[in-house]
Each structure stands twice: as C-alpha cells, then as structure tokens.
Design a protein around this ligand. Structure first.
Ligand code: GLA
Length: 389
C-alpha cells in the first residue's frame, strides 16, 4: 500500500456504509455454524512474548455474532474496536454521543480480563465535517477547535478512565515522505495539534497509555518524522508510550528488511512498539484514485477477485509462510513489541472485502469465514514457544 494515502483509502464509503457492508458480508453466515475447535490459544502460546489482540466490529460487540466473539475471547488477550470509537460513530452530532456500542465493547474486554485499546481520538477520516465548522458552517478558529477536541477527548477518554488501558491518540498524521499531512486539524490548529491531543488525553486519564498510530512506517521519510515527533514529545515532557505500526501488508510488501529496519529504528526511542492492525492481503492490488478509476476497477472486479470460490491451497500456504516470516521477525524483536493485533476475527469481517474494490472475497486473517483456523494459524501456533506455566 506504499503509494496509497488515506484520502485514497476511503474513496468510496462513509462510515455508515462500512458498517452496512460488514453486516451484509456476515449475513451469509448462519447462527450455530461450526466454530473452530482450537486446542491452542495464541494468547497463551505468545504469553511470554507479546499480547496478541484482535479488532472487533460493532455487530460483534452487540452480540450479533456470538461464535466470533467466543473465538476472540479464546484466542486473544487484547481488543481494539474497528469503528465504534471513531469520532463519527461515538460523537456523530455536536451534542450527541453514542456510547452504547463502546460500553458493550469495554464490558466484553473487562469480562475477559483483556487489555482494552481505544481507537482513535484524532484522525482526518471518519470525522464529521461539522467538527471543523461553526454553527454558520464557517471554519472554526484555532481556539474553538482546540476546545472542541479537548471536550471530545475528555468525554470519551474520561468515560472509560481506568477501563480502556491505551489510546491511539493520533492516527495517520504524516505522509510517507515525512511531511505533516494537510488535514483540517493542521490547517486550523497548526502543527501542534498532535501534541495538544496527547496533552488532552493525558489530562483525561493520567494512567492510560498513549500511542501514535500510522501505516507505511517502513518508508524512511515517515519513520524519521514519527521518530522525531516521539523525541520532541518526550523532550517536552508530554506522555507518549508507544508507536502503532498498522500492518496492512501484502504478500510482497513491505520487505522483511524494511519491517526490521523500522522495528530497529523505533526500538531506539524507548517506547513500546505495537503492531496494531495486522492483515495480509493476497488479492491483486489496485490503486485507482478518481471516480472513473473506481468505476473501472468495479468493472474489472472479476479479474481482480480471483478467489471468489475459495482460496487455493497453494495461496493459503503462501499466506501462512508470509505470516510465519513476519512473526519470526516479531519474535526476534519481541523485547520491543508489546502487542500484535489482527484487524478482524475472521476473513468475512475484513475491510479488505470492500477496499479498495467493493465486493471482493479477501483472505487476510488467521480464521476463515466459518471461523476455522487457517494454515497461517497453525504456523503461528507452531512458531510460538510453549506457554509459560
Ligand atoms: C486505518 C484505520 C483503521 C481502519 C483501517 C481500515 O488503518 O486506522 O481504523 O479504518 O484503516 O479498516
């Protein structure tokens, strides 16, 4: 996804549409379908290395997929919400917060003794336009937007104080070349909006861990900029506990050397490293940007959707090998890595079924649509040292 920036990454769907599509994808499953008979749990196998986490969808936390939720509880010891804490979901209108799904998410995590991650407080995507405007639809002043950001962070982080253990405070603020991304946050507040967000989050829950989260951090420019940002926060006494590397990766990118260079570089900063949104796409890439490109991609969907009838065994195996190589690297750097989170419980849930092309059949995770463990699960289970007694 090297050349994909975030504007391109959300060309088609609103947050609501994402949720509808996810629900539609899952509607094909019938209740009571066989679930995995796993005798091994990743959270135990990797217990002395790092936490192993998973992203939960809104429909899952609302109890609409009990088997998927049960699988998450058996296998993982950390959870992140896919969407339900993003601004557009939790705070859709100026005076309206929707805490129901987030409450259910946190209760689930607490019930299972999990490490609970909040995602995400400050982002340019899935944030309503009104956030940046006054009642007359004019851009807010710096002071007014800072006040709005602070109030949002206090409301959301404050509500879950002591229960959500770590927050992705700022998401995707840098371009691949290291420039600060041009977003309404930056245009209105200025370059210090990131630091302000971290300060507000710390005020709202002084004990919570605070993270910066991004993708494509194997690009040297972005890596340098994020490192510099972390150093500058620390130098000014602003709390930052970790850097999230999203990990939306493919079969051939990033190179293992690039991942390793990133882990080594970031490892020198004295913060935790978190692999926050891991999935590995086996489908062909398509990076169209304009509406015409999108239409053309839809027309070509068949060619770009080669495994609609099922994943051929050799591709399943190649995916498992790719996961194993990446995890060997994670194990080598386990002293720096605090958590590895998969971006979804099973293939049917993945955003990659609908991005960058709608309606494909994607296979990026460890469990298939019937919640059965894939070869990748077997390989990762086999790689881990025996669980600590
Ligand atoms: C980014 C965001 C996530 C999610 C993924 C795609 O990485 O951080 O919340 O939206 O894109 O699903």
């Amino acid at each position: 996804m090297n050349s994909v920036n975030s504007q391109e990454r959300y060309p088609i769907l609103t947050a609501q549409a994402w949720l509808c599509l996810a629900a539609a994808t899952l509607a094909g499953r019938t209740a009571g379908q066989a679930t995995a008979d796993e005798t091994r749990a990743l959270k135990e196998l990797y217990a002395d290395k790092f936490r192993v986490g998973v992203a939960l969808s809104t429909s899952q936390v609302l109890g609409e997929q009990p088997e998927a939720l049960a699988l998450a509880a058996r296998q993982y010891n950390a959870i992140t919400p896919e969407n339900l804490l993003k601004w557009a979901e939790v705070h859709p209108e100026p005076e309206k917060y929707e805490f129901g799904p987030a409450d259910a998410f946190v209760e689930f995590g607490q019930r299972h003794g999990m490490f609970i991650v909040g995602h995400t407080l400050t982002w340019h995507n899935q944030t309503p336009a009104w956030v940046f405007e006054d009642d007359a639809g004019q851009p807010l002043s710096r002071g007014a937007l800072l006040a709005r950001l602070r109030a949002h962070i206090h409301a959301v982080v404050g509500r879950y104080q002591g229960r959500i253990h770590g927050w992705d405070v700022v998401n995707e603020a840098f371009e691949d070349d290291g420039a600060l991304r041009d977003t309404p946050w930056r245009r209105i507040i200025g370059d210090d909006y990131l630091e302000q967000a971290f300060r507000f989050a710390h005020e709202a829950d002084p004990k919570a861990e605070l993270y910066y989260n991004d993708y494509n951090e194997w690009h040297p420019g972005k890596r340098r900029a994020v490192s510099q940002f972390v150093r500058s926060l620390k130098a000014r006494g602003v709390r930052i506990d970790g850097i999230g590397l999203q990990g939306h990766w493919g079969m051939s990118y990033p190179l293992l050397d690039e991942v390793e260079a990133t882990l080594s570089d970031y490892g020198k900063l004295g913060v935790k490293l978190l692999i926050t949104e891991l999935d590995i796409n086996v489908l062909p890439r398509s990076n169209g940007q304009t509406a015409a490109d999108v239409a053309a991609r839809d027309a070509a969907a068949e060619e770009l959707n080669p495994y609609a009838e099922g994943l051929p065994p050799e591709v399943d195996e190649a995916l498992a090998d790719r996961y194993a190589s990446i995890f060997r690297l994670f194990l080598k750097h386990a002293d720096k890595i605090d958590r590895v989170t998969f971006w979804g419980v099973h293939d049917g849930q993945s955003w990659l079924n609908n991005w960058p092309i709608r309606g494909r059949t994607a296979y990026p995770l460890l469990f298939d649509r019937r919640l059965q463990p894939k070869l990748a699960f077997e390989k990762l289970a086999g790689l881990a040292a025996p669980a600590r007694q």
